[in-house]
Design a protein around this ligand. Structure first.
Ligand code: ADP
Length: 167
């Protein structure tokens, strides 16, 4: 089941939370900063051993002090106008997180709206990519949460879900 919720992703009791990280994996602002703050300093130590992460790829750590068992750190694309392969990179983030979560036995997973903050991806277009990727895996998980951080993001996701389901 895919649910669209408004929440702070760091408080969610799921098997896997996805972090919209930067390629250094050494922490940043936005959801990345919130996850590092909530998971505690052991997360940074673990990330330092991962040798960074390319855009569109994913690396895993334990959840440390988060309620989640694991954190899937993925690096979304910087929005550069849309002509630079951004949609394929964003789609790859979702698919690779879902595949790795399945391999690791996760039954529940929560995603933030990757790339739509500091990285500037237009929110509606990003939600289309997110929900298209998530729909394909809906039956593989007990729960897939689209964790929005504002009412307006919830509204965008709901509108996009409605438009995709009427296709
Ligand atoms: P990016 O660099 O990939 O754009 P950001 O962290 O700047 O990543 O933003 C990605 C999304 O995460 C934005 O929609 C932002 O509002 C949201 N966000 C920020 N903090 C949290 C949080 N604690 N829980 C869930 N979503 C968050």
């Amino acid at each position: 089941m895919i649910e669209i919720i408004k929440a702070d992703i760091t408080g969610l009791h799921v098997d896997a939370v996805v972090n919209a990280a930067n390629s250094s994996l050494l922490g940043g602002g936005g959801v990345d900063g919130a996850i590092h703050a909530a998971a505690g300093p052991a997360l940074l130590q673990a990330c330092q051993k991962l040798d960074g992460c390319k855009a569109g790829d994913v690396k895993m750590t334990p959840g440390f002090e988060l309620p989640a068992k694991m954190i899937l750190h993925t690096v979304g694309p910087h929005w550069q106008g849309g002509g630079n392969g951004e949609s394929a990179v964003l789609s790859s983030c979702y698919k690779k997180c879902l595949c790795l979560a399945l391999e690791e036995g996760a039954r529940s997973i929560a995603f933030p709206a990757i790339s739509t903050g500091i990285y500037g991806y237009p929110k509606r277009q990003a939600a289309v990519i997110a929900l298209t990727a998530l729909n394909r895996y809906e039956h593989e998980f007990q729960s897939i949460l689209c964790c929005c951080f504002s009412d307006s993001d919830v509204w965008i996701y709901q509108k996009v879900r409605d438009s995709l389901s009427s296709l």
